[in-house]
Design a protein around this ligand. Structure first.
Ligand SMILES: [Zn+2]
Ligand SMILES: [Zn+2]
Length: 392
């Protein structure tokens, strides 16, 4: 066991308590006021230069040591989800309808544990930028921080992040070079028809029938347009129209979630959706407009940085506990924005599987999920070793 891990095992009680306190007080995206105050206060106590207000509630802690010129960014997310917690744990959420159901409380605690160690005992030369971002869940807090000049004000030669993952053994580290998380597109299709009496459909233009045909036509994109060896998902999650049996409504709205693991496929999906919707609408005598809401890009881990992360992971937990090239996921992550700008790598830490059971093995975004506290020293030690290697 590394001496770093030893030291972090001894501070684990403190950071477990901190993690559970954050868990009890979850805050939704861009409202992480209490959380960012705690983060900022701790970082200041340990000698970091702290900048608040990037992307609203984002925090950056900067620490320079020696004369090194390299600059490293390590990122954690801080936001919770609008879920009513059902774990019944002593540290369960005190906030009605809000819950740390994705483990961002744990990500924040792991990076803070590393921050304390790196400030007091860290052996590195250069600039360390610790990035605590708001609003990872769908709201694009990473992009907001970047719009506020994150990488202009805190230039980084590489940037890294970590997410816990239920379904994998506790403490296992999973890496991947290349596309690792899918792009995510939230799309609305607004269909405008002509309302009529349900008994006289020939006098109207029915948006329900047009919408039904659009839903079916959209299913052909993955089967007929996307190359078979590529990954793509087109889900129609909502179809809203009408209220009464005997009324042909005026409008219908479809809500789509669209995923891809390749930037080219992402563009193909966008193009085909617009083409199909417009052509289908025309054929039914209605009009339709496709609205693209802000989405997330494909998360692509760069080769050199992933190789370094692998070496660090193997040295820390041994080759048997490292998956060197894990399968990509069709979930999304706004760290993808940072990786579009700066090379780096995003890895997963196993939160527990069927062999351990319990709340850690429960999938994220489920009301019975909880972050596995035994991962705090492991995740923190990974950050410390990575910083010491990158800023050697
Ligand atoms: Zn999540
Ligand atoms: Zn998450």
């Amino acid at each position: 066991m590394s001496t770093v891990l030893d030291a972090l095992q001894s501070s684990a009680i403190t950071f477990t308590a901190l993690r559970r306190d954050l868990h009890q007080h979850p805050e939704i995206g861009f409202q992480e006021f209490r959380t960012s105050d705690i983060v900022a206060q701790r970082l200041r106590d340990w000698g970091y230069e702290v900048t608040l207000g990037l992307g609203g509630t984002g925090v950056v802690g900067q620490l320079r040591k020696g004369s090194g010129t390299r600059r490293l960014g390590l990122r954690a997310d801080m936001d919770a989800l609008p879920i009513q917690e059902a774990t019944g744990l002593p540290h369960a959420s005190c906030h009605e309808g809000l819950m740390h159901a994705c483990g961002h409380d744990g990500h924040t605690a792991m990076l803070l544990a590393a921050a304390e160690y790196l400030a007091s005992k860290g052996n590195f030369q250069g600039t360390l930028n610790l990035i605590f971002q708001p609003a990872e869940e769908s709201l694009g807090g990473a992009r907001k921080m970047m719009e506020d000049g994150l990488f202009e004000r805190f230039p980084c030669d590489a940037v890294f992040a970590m997410h816990n993952m239920p379904g994998f053994p506790q403490g296992q580290l999973l890496l991947r070079e290349g596309a690792t998380m899918a792009s995510s597109e939230n799309i609305l299709v607004h269909i405008e028809g002509k309302g009529s009496h349900g008994a006289m459909p020939h006098l109207g233009a029915d948006p329900v029938v047009a919408g039904a045909s659009i839903v079916m036509a959209l299913q052909t994109i993955v089967s007929r347009n996307v190359p078979p060896l590529q990954t793509a998902v087109v889900t129609v999650g909502a179809f809203q129209s009408g209220v009464a049996n005997n009324v042909i409504p005026q409008t219908a709205t479809l809500k789509l979630s669209v995923r891809a693991l390749d930037r080219g496929v992402r563009l193909l999906l966008r193009e085909r959706i617009v083409d199909l919707v417009e052509a289908q609408a025309k054929s039914f005598g209605v009009t339709a407009r496709v609205e693209f809401l802000p989405g997330y890009p494909v998360l692509v881990n760069t080769a050199a940085e992933t190789a370094l992360a692998r070496e660090v992971a193997i040295d820390l937990v041994g080759p048997a506990n490292v998956v060197q090239q894990t399968e990509p996921l069709t979930g999304s992550e706004d760290f993808a924005y940072m990786l579009e700008k700066v090379p780096g790598s995003y890895l997963f830490i196993g939160n527990g599987d069927a062999s351990t059971g319990g709340h850690g093995a429960c999938m994220v975004h489920n009301p019975n999920y909880d972050f596995e506290d035994r991962n705090i020293p492991i995740g923190a030690a990974y950050w410390v070793h990575l910083a010491e290697r990158f800023l050697a």
